[in-house]
Design a protein around this ligand. Structure first.
Ligand SMILES: O=C([O-])CC(=O)C(=O)O
Ligand SMILES: [Mg+2]
Length: 217
């Protein structure tokens, strides 16, 4: 797939998969015990690019989750882990904006996570990062600040399921297509954000993003 097509992954947006509980905590915890990736979906209409605000839906409390996004470059189905790198067309830095208020309700009521993960502006992204720029998706240093204060820090070498393992797993059940995106999971320790906050972050020494938070009330 040509890079120029993938460069427009937001405009051509397809499926957005998220991996949950996918970082090993330094101390190790229940997340280390998950046997298979835990997945959710976002809608392509959730994407926003820099210059557009993250809008808090009425009554929601949002948490920022800065993650490495993997952009699929070719159609793949039932791909082995060792062949999965070939399916990657590029990357992005993404915020998996999560409505913790709705997530807590879903957990306590044992209902789906849908409303906590997918809503307008819940997927702010950087521009397309060509595949060559990230030599090894399993060794990317991520950071995130809120109003200039350190909030998140982590290396993708701490993912429970690596980018290629996620691709292999998802492709057992779904045909992955060019411009699909996988949010690989958030490093510790995301926190809640409020109207007026500025979220910045990305790859240490590499691509960064900056988004403002706005309330629609
Ligand atoms: O928000 C959550 O609980 C799960 C999630 O997306 C992550 O761990 O990246
Ligand atoms: Mg996440």
């Amino acid at each position: 797939m040509s890079t120029s097509f993938l460069k427009d992954f937001v405009k051509n947006g397809r499926k957005i998969y998220g991996a949950a509980y996918n970082y090993r905590n330094p101390s190790g915890d229940v997340k280390d015990q998950i046997k298979e990736p835990v997945l959710f979906l976002k809608a392509p209409s959730d994407y926003i690019t820099e210059g557009n605000p993250i809008v808090i839906p009425p009554g929601y409390i949002l948490m920022e989750e800065l993650e490495l996004g993997v952009i699929i470059g070719k159609t793949c189905k039932n791909v082995n882990v060792k062949d999965a790198l070939d399916c990657i067309g590029g990357y992005c830095i993404a915020l998996d904006m999560t409505a913790v208020s709705e997530w807590k309700k879903a957990i306590s009521q044992k209902t789906p996570w849908t409303t906590s993960k997918t809503f307008d502006t819940s997927c702010p992204v950087s521009s397309f990062i060509p595949k060559e720029v990230i030599k090894d998706p399993d060794n990317v240093e991520l950071f995130c600040t809120v109003n200039g204060q350190p909030q998140q820090d982590g290396n993708t070498n701490k993912l429970v399921f690596s980018a290629t393992e996620l691709i292999s797993f998802i492709s057992r059940y779904h045909t992955l297509e060019p411009n699909d995106m996988i949010l690989t999971g958030t490093p510790p320790s995301p926190g809640t954000v409020k109207e007026g906050d500025i979220i910045e972050g990305g790859i240490k020494g590499g691509v960064t993003i900056k988004f403002f938070v706005k309330s629609n009330l």
